[in-house]
Write a protein that binds this ligand. Structure first.
Ligand code: ADP
Ligand code: MG
Length: 296
């Protein structure tokens, strides 16, 4: 694999080899949608923690909203990091995604829905109560479909729904995979990036066979890439060997601006709009929009 520099991967150098070793296609400027919905549902999954699921959910969501898509984010991790990253303290919230899953009487999806600082992007928050859902759902009939039932009334109003999953392949993640049209898998460009991915693929296959035959894998997203280190380049080359065209052309570099933006409770596209991180997520938004069919 050829050495890459920061310059070769950024948008604007079409034809040059990107960090994945393939020529970079030019992704077209997406047209502004004239009408909205129903939403394509995308699960952000990797049972490893700290690989960039939450960061990608926030920033891809914000980049999609910037180009006129109506975006619904679902915090499906009891840690509530997605909510926190959007400047919302989920601890005191009385209604969360948990109430929808449990079909609490008198709680509607509208009651749980929160706006965000990004125009066109809303959030279904979660907090630690969600950790009780897994146990309570076990005895439910059609327990894998609880999230689908919860989201159904909202999907006609959005174009894209991103579900930020917890780091596990348990029942909550199976719920996300069951209601999703597709899966995105962030992978940190570090040692052991691929550890556990075979198990994840197995879980996805099982869901495809038993619960959701239309589930697709959108792609694997290399995150926290440092083009200056041989190690990161080798890891990315290994990811390419394993998954080839399933790997997104867009690669997210490692930069401290991401944790900084999380602390500020803002997507990087707002916190530092001209940064390389913001540019990368805008590029990812164009790449996914080019891949997804215009209408479901
Ligand atoms: N590209 C990146 N560069 C540097 N730090 C990042 C990057 N992406 C995420 N982070 C940081 O790494 C940590 C884990 O990321 P996060 O998105 O929360 O992972 P996950 O949701 O998979 O557990 C967070 O502190 C986040 O701010
Ligand atoms: Mg997370």
């Amino acid at each position: 694999m050829t050495a890459t520099t920061d310059e070769t991967w950024t948008a604007g150098s079409p034809g040059a080899l990107g960090p994945t070793g393939r020529p970079r296609p030019v992704f077209p400027e997406p047209p502004t949608p004239e009408s909205h919905g129903p939403a394509r549902v995308v699960a952000m999954v990797n049972q490893k923690g700290g690989v960039g699921k939450t960061t990608t959910t926030i920033n891809l969501g914000a980049a999609l909203a910037e180009v006129g898509q109506k975006v619904l984010l679902v915090d499906f991790d009891p840690q509530g990091a997605l909510s926190v990253g959007l400047g919302i303290d989920p601890r005191p919230l009385e209604t969360t995604i948990y109430d929808l899953l449990m079909e609490e009487p008198d709680v509607t999806a509208e009651d749980v829905l929160l706006g965000t600082s990004v125009e066109g992007m809303d959030l279904l928050p979660s907090n630690i109560f969600l950790s009780g859902a897994e146990i309570r759902l076990v005895n439910e009939v059609a327990r894998e479909y609880a999230l689908q039932r919860s989201l159904e009334p909202l999907l006609p109003y959005y174009d894209i729904c991103l579900i930020d999953c917890q780091p596990s392949l348990g029942l909550l993640t199976v719920n996300a995979l069951t209601c999703a049209h597709s899966v995105m898998i962030p992978l940190e460009c570090e040692f052991f990036a691929l550890r556990g991915v075979a198990l994840l693929m197995e879980s996805i296959s099982k869901v495809q066979e038993r619960l959701n035959k239309n589930l697709e894998i959108d792609g694997l997203l290399a995150t926290m890439y440092d083009p200056r280190t041989l190690h990161a380049r080798e890891v990315l080359a290994t990811i390419m060997q394993g998954f080839g065209d399933k790997v997104f052309h867009t690669v997210i570099n490692r930069t401290v601006r991401f944790p900084d933006a999380t602390l500020a409770g803002e997507p990087i596209t707002q916190f530092d709009p001209g940064s390389m991180g913001a540019t990368a997520y805008r590029e990812l938004a164009r790449e996914v929009l080019a891949r997804w069919p215009a209408r479901l």
